[in-house]
Design a protein around this ligand. Structure first.
Ligand SMILES: [Zn+2]
Length: 171
């Protein structure tokens, strides 16, 4: 069962609406490839906001844990998520370009049916490291076994290399 939550962002801001909910990790299909496990859920809050210059934005907060794949040992790597971001609402693409020129501000198009779960997914993807890994010497013991294998392979190929150089010398 999908839990899409769709808003009209301008109306959401005009009503100073606030919506708080949980989203199951398994709902976030675009994240599946980078997750070790899709168990668990994230808490989020979306809030209509107008800044001092009268510009409308959505304040999005996301909190929870995600389980990524460590790129060193391929085991589970827990990571805290704590995102708080203002997404400014642009009424058209020209306005979007103009707002995006300011690098400190994120803007989105204020389409009349904005999928909040898509937004959460997008923010999460942007916040995650490209190549996550445990700290030095923090990969699991099972996996240091694998590392040993790769070291053995390396010394083996080093041996065949020196065997080759011996052959060359005899020629
Ligand atoms: Zn690791």
């Amino acid at each position: 069962m999908s839990v899409r939550f769709v808003i009209d962002p301008i109306e959401f801001v005009n009503n100073a609406s606030v919506h708080r909910d949980k989203i199951a990790m398994r709902e976030l299909a675009r994240l599946r490839d980078v997750l070790y496990s899709d168990e668990g859920a994230l808490d989020y809050q979306i809030e209509g906001h107008v800044d001092l210059n009268g510009r409308p934005s959505l304040k999005l907060s996301i909190e929870g844990d995600v389980y990524l794949v460590c790129q060193r040992c391929l085991n589970s790597l827990a990571r805290d998520v704590a995102i708080e971001n203002y997404l400014y609402l642009a009424r058209n693409s020209a306005e979007l370009d103009r707002i995006n020129e300011d690098n400190n501000i994120d803007a989105i198009l204020a389409i009349p049916e904005l999928d909040v779960v898509d937004l959460i997914e997008e923010e999460l993807i942007l916040s995650l490291p490209i190549s996550p890994s445990h700290g030095d010497n923090q990969c699991s013991p099972y996996q240091s076994g694998l590392n040993k294998t790769s070291i053995d392979n390396r010394s083996q190929s080093a041996n065949s290399f020196s065997a080759l150089s011996v052959l060359k010398k005899t020629n």
